[in-house]
Ligand binder design. Structure first.
Ligand SMILES: [Zn+2]
Length: 226
């Protein structure tokens, strides 16, 4: 896994350069080689039908746990920093126009995840999730209550960080694949590169890592906790 670490170091160096030019973020300095990132802030917004969220906390908790497990290999943990609710007019998402309505509901500084009852009218494999945004700093995630796999949030967050689909078995970015095992090296680099960029631009507000919520990365990947 020496190759991975060398590549991570290269990407970190590139990202550090970008950060030096735009340092809106307060209290955050670019991490050194192989360093874990600060936790990334997640805002979860449940749409409600008949005054009840379309999915419960236990269901979302499994999605979040799987996302934390898979993104640990990139030195990333997610902090669920905020919870919100939206009315039934947002619950059933229809087509691109339906997706775009959520843009105005984002809270800046967070990765916004909207849990909806259904997503229809999009060219998706199975209408269980969507990551959308005009620019890479305005992305957000839609997660459908119809998602049976616990890995849909991780897959959509992969898109959020700029990944496209993979054909590799066990890859979280393989549509309708078996339960994911891990991201590959290039995917991890892309995720880190995007995360560094968003923190550096102030698009994401860094949060302290709560280690009890952050799974360890795969054994061959070692990060410094500085
Ligand atoms: Zn996808």
């Amino acid at each position: 896994m020496r190759r991975l670490l060398a590549l991570v170091a290269l990407t970190t160096g590139l990202a550090s350069g970008a950060v030096a030019r735009t340092s809106h973020a307060e209290g955050w300095r670019p991490p050194g080689d192989r360093q874990t990132l600060p936790a990334l802030p997640l805002r979860v917004v449940f749409t409600e039908v008949h005054d009840a969220p379309v999915r419960d906390e236990a269901w979302f908790g499994k999605q979040l746990a799987e996302a934390r497990r898979l993104f640990a290999d990139a030195g990333i943990c997610f902090d669920r920093a905020r919870t919100g609710y939206l009315g039934p007019e947002f619950a059933n998402v229809e087509g691109r126009a339906g997706v775009q309505r959520f843009d105005a509901e984002r809270d800046p500084g967070f990765i916004n995840v909207f849990v909806v009852a259904s997503i229809e009218g999009l060219p998706l494999w199975n209408h269980t999730g969507e990551a959308w945004g005009v620019t890479h700093t305005t992305r957000f995630v839609l997660l459908s209550a119809r998602a049976d796999s616990t890995a849909v949030l991780a897959h959509e967050l992969g898109h959020y960080f700029g990944l496209s689909h993979s054909e590799r078995s066990g890859d979280p970015m393989k549509p309708n694949g078996p339960p994911p095992v891990r991201f590959d090296e290039l995917e991890l680099l892309q995720i880190r590169h995007t995360a560094f960029g968003q923190l550096g631009q102030g698009a994401l507000t860094p949060r302290p890592r709560v280690e009890s919520e952050c799974p360890a990365p795969s054994p061959e990947i070692v990060f410094d906790h500085r």
